[in-house]
Design a protein around this ligand. Structure first.
Ligand code: KG4
Ligand code: ZN
Length: 341
């Protein structure tokens, strides 16, 4: 390690992934350890908060130890500790926050609280070394659908958001309705490849008073109504066609709103982030639309799209070099707003 290197040990436990990572100078991931609870929550068709918290407690120390080992560093090499403190499940967040505070207290290392969505956005900096703000970013995850202007590192303006379900939530609910199980996003992605996206005409919802806001609950209801009416008529449902048509309806709206924003704000760079950003049809649609409009399109590898600590290490680095520090009073904030500290 060079003496001037800034090494961030990052911790993430906001939902059902217990994760720790070591990131050098904000852009280089030295380790990225993720212990997923998906198998456990599958039994219940979704994340059970109490089970998530208990599992985080079991795993957190081991995951942090592995992250240091994999990076071949000791705690004494670390510059600061970054931890997700919101938004997310309060009990789950508390495990990571408490672990990070304990390490900070025992070692004397500075502590930096990180916003989970800032982490998702920052995942784009890992593999796209040339990417710098300003740009527009679409954050699409299980809990969020935000259209964000990234003005500078750590400086955001949310210009569009969902009025009801998040995009990932819609994927998960539709997947459940067609019997695919949890988590639905990757399963719909896979099944849709065998289906016809024009087979069923689902609505592309517009929110009357905002060109950038989203609404997915109507689309979800339209899928459920379609399934019901097929059942009542005794018609067999082609699940691949439903998956492909639903996915196209979500993708069309996301692409239309995001590109309108990029053009309207006059930027030539656009990025996607969050679990749904790993969707293959969404990536392909943005690839095509951005090429047509001569907009540079950025996206993280799937492993950096879904929850991980490397992205928290990147966001933590930029907060750290700006001088942001958290005290021992850092608390989990389940509904933390982007841009607030
Ligand atoms: O970012 P993430 O791991 O957790 C949150 O912060 O919410 O996102 C999880 C969400 C889930 O709803 C999951 O179904 C969705 O991302 N997802 C996908 C895909 N992979 C994960 N949705 C569509 N296509 C995918 N390939
Ligand atoms: Zn997330």
């Amino acid at each position: 390690m060079e003496k001037e290197d800034v090494l961030i040990l990052a911790v993430e436990s906001s939902c059902d992934e217990t994760a720790a990572a070591v990131v050098r100078n904000g852009r280089e991931v030295l380790s990225n350890v993720i212990s997923s609870q998906i198998e456990l929550h599958k039994l219940y068709g979704g994340v059970v908060p109490e089970i998530a918290s208990r599992k985080h407690i079991e795993k957190i120390n081991q995951v942090i130890r592995e992250a240091l080992e994999e990076a071949s560093v000791e705690l004494s090499d670390i510059t600061a500790i970054a931890v997700t403190y919101g938004p997310g499940l309060v009990g789950a967040l508390l495990v990571g926050v408490s672990a990070a505070k304990a390490i900070s207290f025992a070692s004397g290392l500075p502590l930096v609280g990180v916003h989970h969505i800032e982490g998702h956005i920052s995942a784009n900096f890992i593999e796209n070394k040339e990417l710098e703000p300003p740009f527009v970013c679409l954050v699409v995850s299980g809990g969020h659908t935000h259209l964000v202007v990234v003005k500078d590192y750590g400086e955001y303006e949310i210009i569009g958001r969902t009025r009801d379900d998040a995009a990932g939530e819609a994927f998960d609910k539709v997947a459940r309705a067609i019997g695919l199980g949890y988590p639905g996003g990757p399963k719909i992605d896979k099944l849709a490849k065998e289906g016809n996206a024009d087979a069923v005409s689902f609505p592309r919802a517009r929110v009357g008073d905002s060109v950038y806001d989203f609404s997915f609950s109507g689309l979800k209801s339209a899928v459920l109504n379609y399934l019901n009416s097929c059942q009542m008529k005794g018609e067999e449902v082609n699940r691949a066609d439903v998956a492909a048509s639903f996915q196209k309806a979500v993708t069309d709206v996301l692409v239309e709103h995001a590109l309108t924003a990029v053009k309207e704000y006059g930027y030539d760079k656009f990025a996607i982030a969050g679990g749904v950003a790993s969707n293959s049809a969404l990536r392909a649609a943005f690839e095509k639309a951005c090429a047509k409009e001569k907009i540079q399109f950025y996206y993280p590898s799937p492993i950096f799209c879904t929850d991980n600590a490397a992205m928290i290490g990147v966001a933590g680095y930029y907060e750290y070099i700006k001088g942001e520090r958290s005290g021992m009073d850092l608390n989990a904030v389940p509904n933390l707003k982007l841009g607030e500290r």
